[in-house]
Design a protein around this ligand. Structure first.
Ligand SMILES: *Cc1c(COP(=O)(O)O)cnc(C)c1O
Length: 423
């Protein structure tokens, strides 16, 4: 038995399923999860010190790669000043100033500890601002594990919804309305059906949690218009897409301004940070100015703030250009290997990319909606994941998760990747 399997067996006794987040459990894969003991640049090292080129990158935050030396230096200095005060400090102010200056459509920002928390607050804020209860969410978008977002379309009548997890009350489920990505007419009808009841539309402007479902700009533009016409707010959940296409996220990339934006992942550079941002008028509905309550013992803790700022400062236009170029090279290498490996075992696979995100899919069709994803995606992924792992290449251990390319995936790593794929 290898060391990772040994540790996983112990972990299963102490922790439900052996993991602290379900996607880490290698469910549906023919092996137990690897235990990693360190990371550096584009590489992760397992407990037996085998190296893997990491394309999971902690599911997104590590846009500079593991243990970036400049971020590390800032973090070490920060540790020397203590790591939480529960009081005002200049470090979150610096990060807030940086973001408000760089992102054209936000006046104010509030930091929390995760993407889930950011979304939870955004929904409460939207309800507080509009005085309405219902939220439109799209099938195939993930917004963290707050109750209101663990909702799927009902199996019975059209327009009904039900919880996708146990432990969520029918009342909460009834307030989330589920629609299909791309279906503007559905959204329009929903506003008619629930006249004056809808507080907000929430959407990932670049859906990247159920594969990479790149949307037409016209769909997002349509959501902007429909929400305005119906006095509802538009929430862009940029927890993945924020800081991937540029500092202004998909909002600036597409030129569509949401009322509220949520951030997570890259914003903390690998430390736990989430954020809600928007105009002053909307943001000042939050306590202590306004009547929408929100708080956090460890919110904006200096260590995380310093890590986030040091990370974001390195995201220059040049850095984005490099990541995009390297993503193209990595896509080409994967596609060549997929078409050739083992007499074409994976030759029906294509690599879909957007900025520094990629997704391996066993079809060459354009997929923009969850219903178009091949139903046997998981079974097809299992041998592919195993083969790549055995070659020292680590993908997100789930067919529906995208791959992440960082600034550390440089020319040197790309030539290593080529060797590992073709040798
Ligand atoms: C990851 C993610 C979340 C949840 O963030 P956590 O930090 O895992 O709580 C919410 N929305 C989107 C779009 C995400 O990708």
């Amino acid at each position: 038995m290898d060391k990772s399997t040994e540790l996983f067996n112990i972990s299963k006794q102490l922790v439900p399923g052996g993991v602290h987040s379900p996607v880490r459990s290698f469910k549906g894969l023919p092996m137990t999860p690897k235990f990693f003991s360190r990371g550096n640049g584009a590489y992760l090292y397992d407990i037996e010190d085998n190296s893997y080129i990491d394309f999971c990158m902690s599911f997104g935050p590590l846009v500079l790669g593991h243990k970036d030396p400049e971020v590390e230096k800032e973090l070490v200095q920060s540790l020397e000043r203590g790591w939480t005060y529960g009081a005002c400090e200049p470090y979150s102010l610096e990060l807030a100033k940086f973001l408000v200056e760089k992102i054209s459509f936000i006046d104010q920002i509030r930091f929390v500890n995760s993407g889930t928390e950011a979304v939870m607050t955004a929904l409460r804020l939207a309800r507080g601002v509009t005085g309405k209860n219902k939220i439109i969410k799209f099938n195939g978008c993930y917004h963290g594990h707050t109750d209101a977002m663990l909702i799927k379309a009902g199996s019975g009548l059209a327009g009904t919804s039900e919880a996708s997890s146990k432990g969520i009350t029918p009342g909460v489920a009834a307030d989330t309305l589920i629609l299909e990505l791309g279906d503007l007419e559905g959204v329009s009808n929903c506003f008619k059906q629930y006249k004056n009841e809808i507080a907000a539309i929430i959407v990932e402007p670049l859906p990247a949690n159920n594969g990479l479902l790149v949307q037409d700009k016209s769909f997002l533009q349509g959501l902007r218009e429909l929400s305005k016409e119906n006095n509802a707010l538009l929430i862009f959940d940029e927890v993945i897409s924020g800081f991937r296409v540029g500092l202004g996220g998909m909002s600036e990339y597409l030129g569509i301004t949401p009322d509220i934006v949520t951030y997570g992942k890259v914003i903390g550079g690998g430390l736990p940070v989430g954020a809600i941002a928007g105009s002053k008028t909307i943001m000042e509905h939050l306590a202590p100015v306004g009547e929408v309550y929100q708080a956090g013992t460890l919110s904006a803790n200096p260590l995380a703030m310093v890590g986030g700022l040091a990370t974001l400062k390195k995201l220059t236009p040049k850095a984005y250009e490099m990541m995009n170029e390297n993503t193209k090279k990595i896509k080409d290498l994967f596609e060549k290997w997929l078409s050739e490996f083992n007499k074409g075992q994976f030759s029906h696979y294509k690599v879909k990319t957007h900025s520094s995100l990629f997704w391996l899919i066993p079809t060459d069709k354009e997929i923009t909606n969850v219903n178009e994803i091949p139903s046997d995606l998981g079974e097809q992924f299992s041998p592919l994941f195993s083969e790549l792992l055995s070659r020292g290449i680590y993908l997100s251990p789930n067919a529906y998760e995208v791959g992440f390319i960082s600034l550390a995936h440089n020319a040197d790593v790309i030539s290593k990747l080529k060797k590992r794929l073709f040798d």
